[in-house]
Design a protein around this ligand. Structure first.
Ligand SMILES: Cc1ncc(COP(=O)(O)O)c(C=O)c1O
Length: 383
């Protein structure tokens, strides 16, 4: 077995969840998904597709109709993006892995902004890359970017920059000016940018297009930029395993080859559902975002009222990331919270060593009372 695989760390989020899954007395906020089922009209589109007998292989890059729908959706948010630049993938995580397989050779240098969802740092390691982490800096419960530190880390030897904003777990986002500066720098060093923007619509700051700033807003179509997206978060479709990539048009043909050797294609019935989701996004996403904002604004002030907790409201995403003082090992605390308080959170050190002592709470809860009950459990446990 390859050393790179043997030495991969197991997900600490899974480690905590495995300890509590199936226990009906545990309030679980450990995974990054809503507890709300996919809207019915999206499910109906999949059922209709299956009824029609669409049970066969599809094009490697996705159904042309879906790629067109994604191009229209992306163009509405970020200006002209043609369907030739789009590949449909079997989930956002598959999109990220494909991008890394496409861009990273063994021994290449990869820079990642952390803390970050562990899959993003594991994938370059799977390819045998050398990974350098550039940590965000915590300030009174919020994580901020030291832009100069990041620019200094990206040299002509850096093959790829991996950046996820809005960020899981911290809720940090990039400004347009920062994106422009990073892009200009990467143009000079010849570095590819892999921008994970799966949370772009889950954005709580004022904005013209109800969307976080995107590298697509500042880049040219031929820049060394690959953007990763998912149907999971903005359309409540985590279990459907669908995502997409936006890349320079010259890369798309090669991406089709790579998809052939990974998954061949995404299933047709899920793509039919995704097409309807995308075309009727206004019936889904704004409601999800408004609800998430209400969830955030329910949870965060209650956490802030606990003396041992340091937290700021996330600008985007679906997480409250908080420091719990008095406890050094997040994994130990998270496991104890499951066992002793019936509260399921993700340990901060799953996302970066520097987030040791932090915990992530996914606030995408259909019933806000669950969040309030969760806080009560945390308070009782701390007492
Ligand atoms: C930052 C980030 N990127 C990508 C994904 C991938 O999502 P999916 O594979 O469900 O599309 C996730 C899921 O939690 C995520 O948090």
């Amino acid at each position: 077995m390859r050393h790179a695989i043997q030495s991969l760390e197991e997900s600490k989020i899974r480690e905590v969840a495995n300890a509590g899954m199936g226990r009906s007395d545990v309030l679980a906020f450990w995974f990054g998904e809503s507890d709300e089922v996919t809207p019915e009209f999206i499910r109906e589109a999949a059922i209709e597709s299956l009824r029609k007998g669409e049970t066969f292989y599809a094009h490697n890059l996705g159904l042309p109709e879906l790629r067109d729908a994604i191009a229209r959706y992306t163009t509405r948010l970020h200006g002209n993006v043609k369907s030739e630049r789009i590949a449909v993938t079997s989930g956002g995580v598959n999109a990220l892995m494909l991008a890394v397989q496409m861009l990273v050779d063994a021994g290449d240098e990869v820079v990642a902004v952390t803390p970050v969802w562990p899959n993003l740092t594991a994938q370059p390691l799977i390819m045998g890359a050398k990974l350098e982490r550039v940590s965000l800096v915590p300030k009174e419960g919020a994580w901020t970017l030291d832009l100069q530190k990041l620019l200094d880390a990206i040299t002509p030897a850096t093959k790829l920059l991996v950046v996820n904003a809005p960020n899981n777990p911290t809720g940090w986002t990039l400004s347009r000016e920062e994106q422009q500066t990073i892009l200009d720098h990467c143009r000079k060093t010849g570095t590819w940018i892999l921008a994970d923007e799966v949370y772009e619509r889950l954005y709580f700051e004022p904005s013209a297009n109800a969307c976080a700033p995107s590298f697509l807003d500042v880049a040219s179509p031929d820049d060394r930029l690959v953007v990763c997206h998912s149907f999971s978060k903005s359309f409540l479709m985590t279990g459907w395993r669908l995502g997409w990539l936006v890349m320079p048009a010259a890369m798309t043909h090669h991406m089709g080859k790579l998809i052939e050797f990974n998954t061949s294609c995404a299933s047709v019935f899920t793509q039919r559902a995704a097409q309807v989701a995308m075309e009727r996004t206004d019936e889904v996403t704004p409601r999800i975002v408004a609800h998430l904002k209400a969830c955030r604004d329910t949870l965060v002030p209650k956490l802030q009222a606990i003396p041992q907790v340091e937290v700021q409201p996330a600008k985007g995403g679906m997480y409250a990331f908080f420091k719990l003082s008095g406890f050094d090992d997040s994994l130990v605390v998270a496991k104890r919270l499951v066992a002793e308080a019936g509260l399921g959170l993700a340990p901060g050190n799953a996302f970066a060593p520097e987030a040791q002592g932090w915990l992530r709470w996914c606030f995408a809860s259909k019933d806000k009372a669950r969040l309030e009950e969760g806080v009560q459990r945390l308070k009782r446990w701390l007492a």
